[in-house]
Design a protein around this ligand. Structure first.
Ligand SMILES: O=C(O)CCC(=O)C(=O)O
Ligand SMILES: [Fe+2]
Length: 310
């Protein structure tokens, strides 16, 4: 089985192909919790500037400097350091919709400024956010959500960027560098670069490798999209496994609703036969739950945290 690739090049809501593309995006999200989209948003030069220059420069800093990437937003962690057995580390840039965010982030590493870093990573983030929001809009439209509800939802979004590095897997045979999980987000867009790793589990339990093609990004449904759609879109179950045993970089852009707004099941998914399956949640409280004791132990954190008792 393969995950379909949907071509979004040159597409906007007035294009003749829009409705068919919405249907294809939605079908893949419903079937697999994810969709691969083809795009021309990231030029080869931008890709090289970010992955061949900015990322290696960033990860070369000493750990004491890296740890200064703390989140001003309590629930979203800053720098995630390596832990024994997993050579994975990741930075977090909050509120990437605001121009200052990259400037503030790069100041940690280059107090005298590094416009090349902020401009290139910022430019890539902007493109990824546009694609991610488009996929979110298309999914809601494909599921029949009313235009005004979808527009209000898209208006409530904020985005964070994760810049991640994976060392060569310690267990060369297994190659697993990030264990199986769902994301606590609404949607996560993943930009891979040259080295494979991202794998998605299908509903029959088998694994599909998502190739790191330069002209695609992968959008994953997170737990909060399951909540909002009353279970119509199940969150993608995925992991990172690099069997070629190479070092790997990836960039992730996650969409959230702003912290003060609770995420609820949308009206469009509720009727007499389909009562809400989830209670509303505040995103920061849900994150806290996912990344502390109770939620870490749960195999179905969304259900356990806010599922309506039957
Ligand atoms: O690196 C990737 O391709 C995906 C990483 C991931 O799933 C995560 O950080 O949640
Ligand atoms: Fe993930």
């Amino acid at each position: 089985m393969e995950i379909a690739k949907v071509d979004l090049r040159g597409l906007d809501p007035s294009s003749p192909g829009w409705r068919a593309a919405c249907a294809a995006v939605t079908a893949s999200m419903v079937a697999h919790g994810c969709v691969i989209v083809a795009h021309d948003a990231i030029s080869p030069e931008l890709r090289r500037a970010v992955f061949d220059r900015a990322m290696p420069e960033l990860f070369a800093f000493p750990v004491e400097t890296k740890q200064q990437n703390v989140s001003t937003d309590t629930a979203l962690k800053g720098y995630i350091s390596k832990v024994p057995g997993a050579d994975f580390e990741s930075f977090n840039v909050n509120k990437v919709d605001e121009d200052r965010s990259f400037h503030d982030f790069s100041n940690i590493f280059w107090p005298q400024g590094n416009p090349e870093f902020s401009n290139t990573v910022g430019a890539l983030a902007k493109k990824v956010i546009e694609l991610e929001d488009m996929v979110e809009k298309m999914t809601l439209e494909g599921l029949g959500v009313r235009e005004e509800n979808s527009a209000a939802h898209l208006h409530s979004l904020t985005h964070i960027l994760r810049l991640s590095h994976y060392g060569v897997p310690e267990d060369a045979k297994m190659g697993v560098t990030l264990p199986v999980h769902t994301d606590p987000t609404l949607v996560t867009a993943i930009v891979q670069h040259e080295v494979e790793g991202l794998e998605v589990q299908t509903k029959d339990g088998s694994w599909i490798t998502i190739p790191p093609e330069a002209d695609t990004i992968t959008c994953m449904a997170g737990d909060l999209l399951t909540l909002m759609t009353n279970g119509r879109v199940a969150a993608s179950v995925h992991r990172v496994k690099t069997l070629s045993n190479r070092e790997r970089y990836a960039i992730l852009c996650a969409s959230w609703v702003k912290n003060s707004v609770a995420v609820s099941v949308m009206d469009d998914f509720v009727d007499h036969e389909n009562p809400p399956k989830y209670n509303p949640v505040k995103t920061d409280e849900y994150l806290e739950y996912r990344y502390t004791g109770e939620g870490l132990k749960s195999s179905q954190p969304l259900e356990d945290y806010c599922g309506v008792q039957k």
